[in-house]
Design a protein around this ligand. Structure first.
Ligand SMILES: Nc1ncnc2c1ncn2[C@@H]1O[C@H](COP(=O)(O)OP(=O)(O)OP(=O)(O)O)[C@@H](O)[C@H]1O
Ligand SMILES: [Mg+2]
Length: 341
């Protein structure tokens, strides 16, 4: 089997925002993730869980408080080293609100030309054509570039902002809730185009959303974020068939399902108690313990460790740390008895 090529790796990534009275918002608090060539990693979490903060660090808009972001073997967080133009182009972001990526006073074609120039397309005579190629690449008519962003529909505007991102020739696109501000009728069109684009160009996607049902169709793997930490990470199939973390089960038990098959897979309704804690005041132990229907004594005292329960499927929950310890103990027992023989 050929080895999958890693596009990006983040290790122990943290972002702590100092606020008033010496307090700190622990928005991202030790995240490890890997994104492989051609795959879509879905990053899912409730509002305020730190999804956008992770995206902004990866793309270089925020400086990480700690940890590393490794692209093509190079650590982009190294102090005192600025990202090169090429590195900036390699990782692009598409925001929920496409207006933030397109200058409202410029025709779309001009915005695309600007980005092309910025990222090294210097042959001026060629710019217009290249900009139109980008529009075609995202499924928009070539003449669409003559429009201003405000005079086109939301879905088209988002596709134009994908074209703007593609003008930098990226290998990784971070999609931060790219369809959640769109009408349902155009959401599918944008998703379809993104999927096609990924296949054609072998792009890696970090797809951020709070919509788990969307992940069912497009993610290769899914990571669940809770208060700045990943609590479960699994291949999409595994994830929907056998979610392990009580928080994931809670999220999955409340999403609408489209088919009887999905209904069979849906976990029983998990009712959580309590509110999501503030990232300024994260409780000790597992941050989910106060809401967790399965909590044990240890959960309020010790941080659980990420445990790989099955190949590629990891969970950060004491229920499974204990299991691992038992499995390890068994393994050790076996080793001891074979040594004694
Ligand atoms: N500049 C900042 N200063 C202080 N706190 C911040 C700052 N930016 C984000 N936060 C806090 O960090 C936490 C994570 O925010 P973030 O925007 O990353 O969440 P999110 O998962 O993207 O949420 P949403 O789904 O609403 O977009 C939140 O508690 C937010 O209030
Ligand atoms: Mg966000």
């Amino acid at each position: 089997m050929t080895e999958k090529k890693k596009t990006l790796e983040v290790k122990n990534l943290k972002k702590h925002f100092p606020i008033k009275n010496g307090k700190v918002v622990r928005a991202v608090d030790g995240v490890d993730l890997e994104i492989y060539e051609g795959e879509t990693l879905g990053l899912v979490g409730e509002s305020g869980s730190g999804k956008s903060t992770i995206a902004y660090m990866i793309v270089g808009m925020y400086k990480a408080s700690d940890g590393s972001i490794i692209y093509n073997g190079e650590d982009l967080t190294k102090r005192g080293i600025k990202r090169t133009k090429e590195q900036k182009g390699n990782i692009q972001i598409v925001f929920q609100d496409p207006s933030s990526a397109l200058n409202p006073r410029r025709k779309i074609k001009k915005s695309l030309e600007f980005t092309l120039k910025l990222h090294g397309e210097v042959d001026k005579g060629n710019l217009g054509e290249k900009a139109e190629d980008l529009l075609e690449m995202v499924g928009l008519p070539r003449e669409f570039g003559e429009n201003y962003p405000r005079s086109i529909g939301g879905g088209e505007r988002q596709l134009a902002s994908v074209a703007r991102a593609m003008a930098a020739n990226p290998s990784l696109l971070i999609l931060d809730e790219p369809t959640s501000a769109l009408d349902v009728s155009v959401q599918a069109k944008v998703i379809r185009k993104l999927t096609e684009l990924q296949k054609e160009r072998n792009l890696s996607y970090l797809f951020i959303t709070h919509d788990l049902s969307l992940m069912r169709n497009i993610a290769t793997r899914v990571a669940i974020l809770y208060l700045g930490k990943v609590c479960e990470l699994a291949p999409a199939e595994d994830f929907f068939e056998k979610p392990l973390h009580p928080y994931t089960q809670m999220l999955l038990s409340s999403i609408p399902v489209a088919t009887d098959e999905e209904e069979l897979l849906r976990p029983e309704k998990v009712v959580s108690t309590g509110e999501i804690p503030s990232p300024v005041d994260i409780p000790p132990g597992c941050a989910f313990h106060m809401r967790c229907p399965d909590r044990m004594d240890i959960c309020s005292k010790e941080l659980p460790q990420m445990t790989e329960v099955k190949k590629g499927h990891s969970v950060c929950c004491h229920k499974y740390c204990v299991q691992k310890t038992a499995a390890e103990a068994q393994e050790e027992e076996k080793e001891v008895s074979s040594d004694e023989k």
